[in-house]
Design a binder for this molecule. Structure first.
Ligand code: MMA
Ligand code: CA
Length: 290
């Protein structure tokens, strides 16, 4: 009895009741703790919800991207296949073109072979034709010559003399002479005489030579003698024999570029000269008519 009264006395002295104050503290602490937990949970829940929403959005975007990419891939595959088929077609076309080109090349070479053959045939025909024409002309000239000679012989045997010449021709013995003027090569001179119905002159006697030396061009004249077919073998255009000559000493010499055509020098002497040279004079002859 004495002890309890003493503690009561102590309690009363301090003025408080210990049992009630501690309880309130615990309750308050519990409330605060609960409130904090509730807040934290709420925050966690909110954070969780936001996170889930964010993830869903990301999923959607990813799914959309995946589908777009797969579509692109599909389209790309389609394009690639189309390109591959185009490339294959192009390759095929190229092969066809190459084959065609080869065919054309073969045809081309065949054609050029044929053309070469045709050209060769043509040139053969041409040269054959020219040869035949030349031979025919030569024969004709010889025949005309023969006929004229026979005609003269007939007249002479009859006692008549033939000395009729065309205008601008000069009569001498049984022949007529034309003294052409104007620069010509040997072949051009021969042609000019043919056009005048004569031929380049042939000379068979000293009298004839003197007559020609007197009348011919003093710068030189072409005459109808040449050694075109065989070097050194001179023949007259009218096929008559080479029974007279009047070469300048040292001629014929077949000088520098080759000399196959004969000319009368100013002196009247003969010189073999280059057939392509231009001479101002050229002398034609023909038999006189009766
Ligand atoms: C010289 C002489 C001839 C030749 C001519 C060519 C002038 O004469 O060599 O024989 O034909 O030259 O111009
Ligand atoms: Ca000469």
């Amino acid at each position: 009895m004495e002890e309890s009264s003493y503690s009561d006395v102590l309690q009363l002295r301090r003025g408080r009741r210990p049992c009630c104050r501690r309880g309130t503290q615990v309750v308050l602490l519990g409330l605060v703790t609960a409130t904090l937990w509730a807040g934290l949970l709420t925050l966690l829940l909110l954070w969780h919800r936001d996170t889930v929403q964010g993830l869903r959005q990301l999923e959607d975007i990813a799914a959309r991207n995946v589908s777009r990419v797969s579509k692109d891939v599909e389209r790309h595959k389609g394009d690639q296949m189309a390109q591959q088929s185009q490339v294959a077609q192009a390759l095929q076309s190229m092969e066809e073109i190459q084959a065609e080109q080869k065919r054309m090349e073969i045809q081309d070479s065949e054609l050029s072979r044929n053309l070469d053959g045709l050209l060769e045939d043509l040139s053969n025909f041409k040269s054959q034709g020219l040869n035949e024409r030349r031979t025919a002309l030569d024969s004709l000239e010889r025949l005309q010559e023969e006929v004229a000679k026979l005609w003269i012989e007939l007249r002479v045997s009859n006692g008549s003399v033939c000395n009729t010449c065309p205008e601008q021709w000069v009569s001498f013995q049984r022949k007529c002479y034309y003294f052409g003027e104007g620069a010509k090569r040997w072949f051009q001179a021969r042609q000019a005489c043919r056009r005048l119905r004569g031929r380049l002159v042939s000379i068979h006697s000293q009298e004839e030579q003197d007559f020609l030396a007197k009348h011919s061009n003093k710068k030189g004249s072409w005459i109808g003698l040449r050694d075109l077919d065989r070097e050194g073998e001179f023949v007259w255009m009218d096929q008559s024999p080479l029974d007279y000559s009047n070469w300048r000493p040292g001629e014929p010499n077949n000088g520098a570029q080759g000399e196959d055509c004969v000319m009368l020098l100013g002196s009247g002497q003969w010189n073999d000269a280059f057939c392509g040279s231009y001479l101002d004079g050229w002398v034609c002859d023909q038999l006189a008519t009766c």
